[in-house]
Design a protein around this ligand. Structure first.
Ligand code: GLN
Length: 313
């Protein structure tokens, strides 16, 4: 199947924006001090088809740090570099059912594997990025995420410094992983590169293009550049479907039937395989750390555009 005709998609994206702009629920994240300064009113929705057509409503060009939405894309790049089999053995692909920053995620099985969508697994993933040192691993990640977005992404230094000063928990988890043989380069360096990757600025439009690239089997539909192979996309989307919204991943899949990934700065990316990517931005979060408006919008668009992967027609 395809998306409906372009004017119909435009109208639905605008309808979603009008329908949910007044929602005042949720709370802007403040455990990273710099994030607390973001306006709760900013709201943007962007859908990019695998044909490269952009549908947008609201503040789709407002920059915000990508945070956890970097996780699936870094996992895709690491799978591409190492092979999906090795990535799976090294990191794990099972949902934890636990909050994103859970230390217990590391203790769930004797192998000490988890999945790349929670912090511990994401830092392990970053530690696997190819490169002779942290600087090279950082360049691999920044350049790879930029290819997904189709433009050069840059780090928000204030957000990076703010998180670097307050990320003792992530640093502790990296050391714990090291003790279990599940950290694949220096733990402090890996946490630092992870903190940098989370501070890369994106927009809702960027997220939609990045999602559309995964929807398109790894080819960016705007730049036409191949970023990863189709086999990697399938694996990444499977992990997003089971673990992309942390402990609410089951609720999310039940409602939208689509792989998605949230971040604490208020972004949300959703992939409709073969059809396109949806990127939303709205900073107020629910208790699990997922954008309230982003979830409402995506559920609406999934239903109205008929995107649920489990629907028989
Ligand atoms: N950088 C954030 C952290 O590690 C990302 C978390 C998130 O977006 N859920 O805590």
């Amino acid at each position: 199947g395809h998306l409906p005709a372009d004017p119909d998609v435009d109208a639905l994206v605008l309808e979603a924006w009008e329908r949910y702009r007044g929602v005042g629920d949720g709370k802007v994240a403040d455990y990273i001090p710099a994030l607390a300064r973001v306006s709760p009113d900013l709201f943007g929705i962007c859908l990019v088809g695998v044909n490269g057509v952009v549908h947008a409503a609201g503040e789709v060009d407002h920059p915000f740090s990508i945070q956890s939405i970097s996780k699936p894309f870094v996992f895709a790049l690491v799978c591409q570099a190492l092979g999906g089999g090795r990535a799976r053995e090294s990191i794990g692909v099972n949902a934890t059912g636990l909050p994103f920053n859970s230390v217990m995620a590391i203790e769930l099985n004797a192998e000490r594997t988890m999945n790349p969508m929670v912090n511990a697994g994401a830092i392990a993933t970053t530690s696997l990025a190819p490169g002779a040192n942290a600087e090279e691993r950082w360049r691999f990640i920044r350049e790879g995420l930029s290819r997904f977005a189709g433009r050069e992404l840059a780090m928000d230094t204030a957000v990076y410094e703010s998180e670097a000063a307050t990320n003792q928990r992530n640093r502790g988890m990296a050391r714990l992983l090291q003790a279990y043989g599940r950290m694949y380069s220096d733990p402090d360096e890996a946490t630092d590169v992870y903190t940098r990757q989370c501070a890369l600025n994106v927009t809702a439009r960027d997220l939609a293009v990045m999602g559309a690239t995964l929807a398109d089997g790894g080819v960016n539909p705007v730049t036409h550049e191949r970023v990863v192979d189709p086999d990697r996309c399938r694996r990444v989307l499977a992990v997003m479907a089971t673990a992309g919204l942390y402990e609410q991943s089951g609720d999310w899949l039940y409602e939208t039937g689509l792989p998605g990934k949230s971040g604490v700065s208020g972004g949300l990316v959703t992939i409709s395989p073969g059809k396109g990517g949806v990127g939303t931005f709205s900073a107020p979060l629910d208790a699990a750390g997922n954008s309230v408006r982003g979830q409402l919008v995506t559920r609406f668009l999934s239903e109205r555009l008929g995107l649920n992967l489990f629907a028989s027609q």
